[in-house]
Ligand binder design. Structure first.
Ligand SMILES: [Zn+2]
Length: 163
């Protein structure tokens, strides 16, 4: 286990919602069911400097994947790229298949694959919206344990509003 991964795992101790199964935080540091999407941040397999922001829309099942600089993911062409697959796998570990499937409104056969069960199409979601949520999430993890009310929401201007 490398130091980065150990750091992520230590930080994960303060998570509000413990994962159903242990997750690979180094690969998919952030996953959430929010804003009508399964969305998150996926590390690039090849470039340590780059991350992908991936999402699956609930209901429409539109797929989106781009870098944090809003460059479209070259591997997303009507079927899920590996980032979206990793995101889906980690979401199932984090929330359990039932909860993820319910949120996305998708029927997954017993032992079925979440991605294969989607009615897929590509629709780009601005990465900045998801990425700013990730940054807030990271900042939250830096907050020491305390029973005092957190002023964290006052620290951050509405970063997501910039287009
Ligand atoms: Zn991708």
């Amino acid at each position: 286990m490398d130091a980065d991964r150990a750091a992520w795992e230590q930080r994960s101790v303060v998570r509000v919602v413990p994962p159903v199964e242990p997750r690979k935080l180094a690969k998919v540091p952030f996953v959430e069911l929010a804003d009508g999407r399964l969305q998150g941040v996926v590390s690039s397999g090849s470039d340590i400097e780059r991350v992908y922001v991936s999402s699956i829309n609930a209901g429409t099942h539109a797929l989106s994947c781009s870098t944090n600089n809003n460059r479209p993911c070259g591997a997303l062409h009507g079927y899920a790229c590996k980032h979206i697959r990793m995101l889906a796998d980690e979401a199932v570990l984090q929330y359990g298949m039932d909860r993820v499937a319910r949120y996305l409104r998708v029927e997954v056969a017993e032992h079925g694959d979440l991605i294969d069960s989607l009615n897929r199409r590509v629709e780009r979601t601005p990465a900045a919206v998801v990425f700013s949520r990730f940054l807030r999430h990271l900042a939250y993890l830096e907050v020491p344990d305390s029973t005092e009310p957190l002023a964290e929401l006052h620290w951050f201007p509405a970063m997501g509003a910039v287009r």
